[in-house]
Design a protein around this ligand. Structure first.
Ligand SMILES: Cc1cc2nc3c(=O)[nH]c(=O)nc-3n(C[C@H](O)[C@H](O)[C@H](O)COP(=O)(O)OP(=O)(O)OC[C@H]3O[C@@H](n4cnc5c(N)ncnc54)[C@H](O)[C@@H]3O)c2cc1C
Length: 422
């Protein structure tokens, strides 16, 4: 009887899906099993648009089974992985243990609260679709409550939003929340004054968008301040509680809405493994993406810590996609009796939106800001989104929802605030 090699991929995100595609193409005789706690793949760069009711959740989520449909040797199982036994070569899941010959860790990352007092319990994360929907419901709900509130101080508290972290996610959220609340009030809440809305963006470092060139951080700062966002640089959030946040300056801000966009850390799947130092809980890998001492274990995407030049590769979708593809191809190389190849990242640049027609972008030595950067952002994300959903209809839906402010995205649907990353 023919002996099949079993390859298990943990996570159907950017890295996991690309690993599956590479294995379907390059190792058709291997039996590949992709595991994910959700039955869909999430296009995370647009999560903030779901959280701010600009688009519908379905616009950025796609069933994993549909992605895998044409891959004859790849199967999917909806299950949560709790542990991996590297000696026995088994993956522990919700519904039992699965043996592997090769395994690819691609379970991504989770929110990093940096031990901030009360942050986990009293702020909203933005790591997955359930968190984005919960935040959207909460934002829409607080505006409804404000509309029914006669007390000025209480109304002002309800209309205050604090966003923690001035990286791309915080900056994008600040721009989008300001637009959402002000537009909604202008269209649907004649009893409220848009000037009552306060959006604060709190960043502990000296500038916004620390990973970008300084002039792009300055452009983001100017844009957000011009649009009424109260940007606090060099101030850290020390405590988050029911009433709001306390800052390192001693100031307290009353709000029911704290959005935590200050950082992520890799998911720890194997408690026995020590993460690389100063690498956000990521696992150090060899240039081939293998775990040292475990040639049948690969790590890709946000879980992997790999240096290229002087710096660790960033936790970004293109890094995840390219590493996933490389990990899949390297398993195929091993199966063919050849040595796996070192990974080399091809940088496509970084971008962040500031509003509906404004963005900053850094592509190699070129920096762009304003409308032209937004067009570049739109081109890249929409091409990626359509590629991933493989349907032009998605593009039409997205454009409709985004530009015509669809009211469908502004419905409040009960959902659990608890992230599925907890
Ligand atoms: C709000 C936000 C905005 C972002 N914006 C950008 C951007 O604009 N550009 C950019 O390049 N990057 C962006 N990123 C970063 C990007 O999303 C990540 O770098 C990328 O998703 C990493 O890919 P991955 O495959 O490692 O992880 P993911 O894509 O997160 O996939 C991990 C998968 O593993 C599954 N999983 C997790 N734990 C388990 C478990 N125990 N059992 C089973 N399955 C599990 C998850 O459900 C998920 O499907 C953003 C991230 C966030 C949160």
């Amino acid at each position: 009887m023919e002996q099949h090699v079993n390859v298990v991929i943990i996570g159907g995100g950017f890295a996991g899906v690309q690993a599956a595609k590479a294995l379907a193409r390059r190792a058709p005789a291997a039996r590949v099993l992709l595991l994910d706690r959700n039955n869909y793949h999430t296009f995370t760069p647009l999560l903030y648009q779901v959280a701010t009711a600009a688009i519908q959740p379905e616009d950025i989520a796609y069933p994993i089974r549909s992605i895998l449909r044409r891959m004859r040797n790849v199967a999917f199982r909806l299950t949560e992985v709790s542990d991996v036994d590297l000696e026995r070569r088994t993956v522990q899941t919700d519904d039992g243990s699965i043996s592997y010959d090769y395994v690819i860790f691609a379970a991504g990352s989770t929110t990093n609260f940096f031990g901030t007092d009360g942050a986990q319990d009293h702020s909203f994360g933005l790591k997955d679709l359930s968190e984005a929907i919960a935040l959207r419901n909460h934002l829409l709900g607080t505006v409804e409550r404000a509309a029914a509130e006669a007390d000025v101080a209480k109304r002002s508290r309800l209309l205050t939003v604090v966003i923690v972290g001035g990286g791309p996610t915080g900056v994008e959220m600040a721009g989008a929340v300001t637009e959402l609340v002000r537009l909604m009030i202008r269209h649907d809440y004649p009893m409220l004054d848009p000037a009552e809305v306060q959006v604060l963006l709190v960043e502990a470092g000296p500038r916004l968008l620390g990973g970008f060139q300084p002039k792009l951080g300055d452009a983001a700062l100017r844009y957000l301040r011009r649009n009424g966002v109260d940007v606090r640089l060099g101030q850290a959030v020390k405590v988050v509680d029911e009433s709001g946040v306390s800052l390192s300056t001693g100031e307290s801000i009353e709000t029911p809405t704290v959005v935590w966009a200050a950082g992520v850390e890799a998911r720890g799947l194997v408690p026995g493994l020590t993460p690389a130092p100063h690498a956000n809980n990521r696992l150090a890998v060899l240039p081939t993406l293998q775990l040292e001492g475990h040639p049948q274990v690969y790590v890709a995407g946000d879980m992997a810590a790999l240096r290229q030049g002087n710096a660790l590769l960033p936790m970004l979708a293109p890094v995840g996609m390219q590493q996933g593809r490389c990990a899949g191809e390297n398993v195929a190389e091993q199966l063919a009796g050849r040595a796996p190849k070192p990974f080399r990242y091809v940088d496509r640049g970084v971008m962040a939106t500031l509003g509906r027609s404004n963005a900053v972008a850094q592509i190699g030595p070129v920096t762009l800001s304003g409308f032209i950067a937004w067009l570049a952002w739109l081109g890249l994300h929409i091409v990626d989104l359509v590629g991933f959903r493989n349907r032009a209809l998605v593009l039409v839906n997205w454009i409709w929802d985004y530009f015509f402010l669809t009211s469908g995205a502004r419905v409040i649907i009960a959902a659990d605030k608890k992230s599925d990353s907890d």
